[in-house]
Design a protein around this ligand. Structure first.
Ligand SMILES: NC(=O)c1ccc[n+]([C@@H]2O[C@H](COP(=O)([O-])OP(=O)(O)OC[C@H]3O[C@@H](n4cnc5c(N)ncnc54)[C@H](O)[C@@H]3O)[C@@H](O)[C@H]2O)c1
Length: 445
């Protein structure tokens, strides 16, 4: 099938590359000519494990990138819209979606063949039917359902595991304005066998995405609130508490042979320094605002956001418990990406923590296996340096703040072993055994 993907960020590029790998003819479109050039050279503008290899394999062979939206739409049967939908403080900002819908509609005015336009970006319920469809009709001068179809197909990939998630999805959800649109989407996804597919209407597809992300964010903030209570009470470790909770067979089922399954779901029931990224914070905020505008206050999700907003600051509070004066203190800040496996620093808890440390006069040695360059665009000054490796970052510091669960940070105990004056380690992800370093603090301890 010939597909155009508009927007080549995390979702658009991964979708484009993977759909090409699955045998479709894909044209990726972006307004950023530098990104388009990089993609055509086989260089991904973002980091995702496996992306570069798959891009290099497919570029020029069923996959191309362009800034020319017109020819991409003219020459394809289906367009996926995968541009950003940031939260502007009041609601999701649809300016990129609207601009692309307008551009695609203008092309459809000149196109003789039936075309399907699908929103892949995360948008609040009603956006596809009430915003995108009318723009397409006005710009094309044609009627949806006759000359073109309109659908919504939320994306569930996780940054850091995006390629694996897209190639082996746990579900495919799409909603169309009519059976013909859903038929085209079904055809696009026919290359994915053995996966549960849910065909519905646009609004339901939109709501499924928000509900899925909100549930996971709720589990994280719930665990963090329990962790904070453990800290306040004393003598209770949230890690042990959650181990006890996970042993519920409804969370970790027991197989006939007695072995337990530990679903990935339980990793969201662990305390830490808060969730970040381009999705959870923005999507929960958007749903809270959406509910308020429809006189259906989202009280639980309101609390989820409040707990999360305070969580990074708790790292600084733990530090101040040991070092009341931060000025001149030398600190290793480990992990800048919002989670391991990605260079995405959007809404990463590390950023406000770094800022708070710098504001208090501390000297920060920061390290992230891949996100340092991204972070250097938002964190600067003569008291922050970005170190090339973990052992150099730990050199001569008073305290270590572990912010991201990168696997290599498991080496911290061996790197600190034998030091005469070992630094305090504050574990924001509770990934190190608490007795593995001489001076240990952690969220929920
Ligand atoms: N990042 C994720 O993990 C993830 C997962 C699921 C869903 N989503 C959703 O997918 C959407 C895209 O997210 P993202 O992280 O990929 O965004 P992103 O910001 O990484 O990428 C958006 C891309 O769209 C391009 N763009 C903007 N306007 C354009 C236009 N008029 N024509 C062509 N290209 C244009 C930008 O240059 C950019 O490359 C959002 O709604 C997001 O909520 C993201």
């Amino acid at each position: 099938m010939k597909i155009s993907v508009v927007g080549t960020g995390y979702v658009g590029l991964v979708s484009g590359v993977c759909l090409a790998e699955k045998g479709h003819q894909v044209t990726c479109v972006d307004i950023d000519p530098a990104k388009v050039e990089q993609i055509n050279q086989g260089i991904p503008p973002i980091y995702e494990a496996g992306l570069e290899a798959l891009l290099r394999k497919n570029i020029g062979h069923g996959l191309q990138a362009t800034t020319d939206l017109r020819s991409a739409v003219m020459e394809s049967e289906l367009s996926l819209i995968a541009v950003g939908t940031p939260f502007d403080g009041q609601h999701i900002d649809l300016k990129y979606i609207k601009a692309v819908a307008e551009q695609i509609g203008t092309v459809l005015r000149q196109k003789d063949h039936y075309h399907v336009v699908v929103v892949k970006s995360t948008v609040v319920p009603g956006t596809t039917d009430d915003v995108v469809l009318p723009i397409l009709e006005a710009a094309s001068g044609k009627k949806a359902g006759e000359s073109f179809g309109v659908g919504m197909n939320p994306e569930f990939l996780k940054e850091g595991e995006a390629i694996a998630d897209f190639m082996n999805p746990d579900r495919i959800v799409y909603g169309g304005i009519d059976a013909k649109t859903n038929g085209v989407l079904q055809e696009m996804y026919s290359v994915f066998s053995d996966v549960d597919q849910l065909a519905t209407n646009c609004k339901t597809a939109e709501m499924i995405k928000y509900t899925a992300n909100s549930l996971l964010a709720t589990m994280i903030s719930f665990s963090n609130e329990i962790g904070n209570l453990c800290t306040a009470v004393g003598g209770i470790d949230v890690v042990e508490v959650m181990q006890g909770v996970h042993l519920d067979k409804r969370l970790s089922p027991i197989l006939a042979d007695g072995r337990r399954i530990t679903p990935a779901f339980t990793t969201y029931l662990e305390a830490g320094c808060g969730f970040g990224g381009s999705c959870f914070p923005k999507d929960v905020k958007a749903l809270v605002a959406y509910g308020a505008q429809r006189s259906s206050p989202m009280q639980i999700l309101d609390a989820v956001l409040q707990v999360n907003a305070d969580q990074p600051e708790r790292m600084v509070t733990l530090l101040k418990k040991h070092f009341p004066e931060l000025s001149g203190l030398k600190i290793a800040l480990l992990g800048l990406a919002f989670k391991p496996g990605t260079d995405d620093i959007r809404e990463s808890p590390s950023i406000p923590v770094a800022q708070a440390l710098l504001d208090a006069g501390a000297v920060v040695q920061a390290f992230d296996p891949i996100a340092s360059q991204e972070a250097s665009h938002v964190l600067s000054g003569d008291r922050i340096t970005f170190c090339p490796d973990l052992s150099q970052t730990l050199n001569g510091v008073d305290a270590v703040l572990l912010m991201t669960r990168w696997a290599e940070f498991a080496e911290i105990p061996s790197l600190l072993a034998g030091l005469e004056q070992p630094p305090l380690v504050i574990d924001g992800r509770r990934m190190l055994p608490k007795h593995s370093v001489p001076r240990y603090e952690g969220i929920g301890l």
